[in-house]
Design a protein around this ligand. Structure first.
Ligand SMILES: [Zn+2]
Length: 390
């Protein structure tokens, strides 16, 4: 019994240790625009692999640092990394002997379903999607369960079941089973003493005309993107032309609402695009880009997703785009592109073709091809929605 207790409070001991010792351990809180926890020290063109975004004011125990990152201890056996500008030191944090989860409340309002988890502190978490059956999973770190009530109300429409497991001495794993195969998005944040999961529901009518569709024209302003091999035209100009063509065709079809991240050649920070889209809450997002490679023989179309629950739209897009006699570069998962990171709504990155390949570039500058791409994207959306009926 004593041994067990020692185990369960070890992480809390680290907290106490951090306060009392002369070591470099210190407690901070997450801050800034979309703070993210990273899995490791790896890096690539688009940044390190993210565990996911976290809310601001999350308590983090900093135990080490590299040039740009802090190492944070999430629980006894789990660490993560975070960019230094996403943490501010917190000197007023008072150490408690342990931290607990309390009751859960599962309910719905006119728009969404919610799971509220009562928490002693704003502790770090990670979440992910699972499919077949569709679930949202949340791990909360540095906490012991004292959850003896999971109240579930009739107002819930998308959530099927909610349950948890204390998978480690100081990690609580919550499983949220969903009713539909397709994930429509979720967000996680602290509201007062509760960690609140907001789950978007499947739209009542799966008709493209009833959808709120966000289109992102990649790059813009002082961010030109890739450059054409023959014409030296920049990617930002084509993404805008293609986005506008898609918008025009969607509106012609009678689509309820089309949200554009930009309509002109303007700079729009990519994280600000996420914040803008989170506020707009579209049913889904398609981001348009053109690819580029140092090897000019590389060509073709590709689609990208990060979260497995959002894969089907990217598969539908690739399938239709391949009808345009483009070669297949592939359907790419776990991708690190910033606009693939949000869990709030299904999102797909479509890299239409390679500007660094002469044949692809020739297609891209052709206005007939541009119109064809718009029509194929629309057919892909319709294919995707139709398969959700089955
Ligand atoms: Zn691009």
């Amino acid at each position: 019994m004593r041994g067990l207790l020692l185990c369960t409070v070890l992480f809390i001991h680290i907290f106490v240790f951090a306060q009392k010792s002369e070591t470099n351990y210190w407690v901070g809180k997450s801050t800034g625009k979309l703070p993210a926890l990273l899995y490791g020290l790896g890096d690539d063109r688009l940044g390190g692999t993210k565990m996911g975004y976290i809310d601001s004011n999350i308590l983090l125990l900093v135990i080490d640092s590299t040039k740009e990152l802090y190492t944070v201890q999430l629980s006894k056996y789990h660490k993560a990394f975070i960019e230094k500008n996403y943490i501010r030191q917190d000197s007023v944090f008072t150490v408690k002997p342990f931290s607990l989860t309390g009751s859960f409340l599962v309910k719905g309002d006119s728009l969404c379903d919610y799971v509220s988890v009562h928490m002693d502190e704003h502790l770090p978490y990670k979440s992910w999607m699972e499919i077949e059956p569709s679930k949202i999973m949340i791990d909360i770190y540095g906490v012991q369960s004292n959850t003896n009530w999971i109240t579930q109300l009739q107002s819930v429409k998308e959530i099927k079941n909610v349950y948890y497991n204390q998978v480690e001495d100081d990690v609580v794993r919550i499983t949220i089973e969903l009713k539909h195969t397709q994930h429509w998005g979720y967000s996680l944040s602290y509201i007062g003493k509760n960690l609140v999961l907001r789950v978007k529901r499947q739209p009542a009518i799966l008709d493209i005309k009833k959808m709120v569709i966000a289109i992102d024209a990649g790059h813009g302003g002082n961010n030109s993107g890739a450059e054409g091999i023959k014409r030296k035209t920049s990617e930002k100009e084509y993404t805008l032309l293609y986005a506008k063509s898609l918008e025009k065709n969607l509106k012609k079809l009678g689509v309820k609402k089309v949200i554009m991240t930009r309509n002109t050649d303007t700079s729009f920070d990519i994280k600000d695009r996420i914040l803008f889209l989170q506020e707009q809450s579209p049913d889904f997002l398609i981001s348009l880009h053109f690819n580029s490679s140092a090897n000019e023989l590389v060509s073709g179309v590709s689609t990208y997703y990060k979260h497995i629950g959002f894969r089907p739209l990217t598969q539908a897009l690739l399938k239709r785009m391949l009808e345009l006699k483009l070669s297949e570069f592939g359907n790419v998962g776990n991708f690190n592109f910033t606009l693939n990171q949000p869990t709030d709504f299904p999102n797909a990155l479509l890299e239409i073709a390679f500007l660094s390949n002469a044949d692809d570039e020739k297609k891209v500058i052709d206005t007939k091809f541009r119109q064809d791409v718009s029509l194929k994207v629309i057919l892909a959306i319709q294919d995707w929605l139709k398969q959700l009926h089955n």
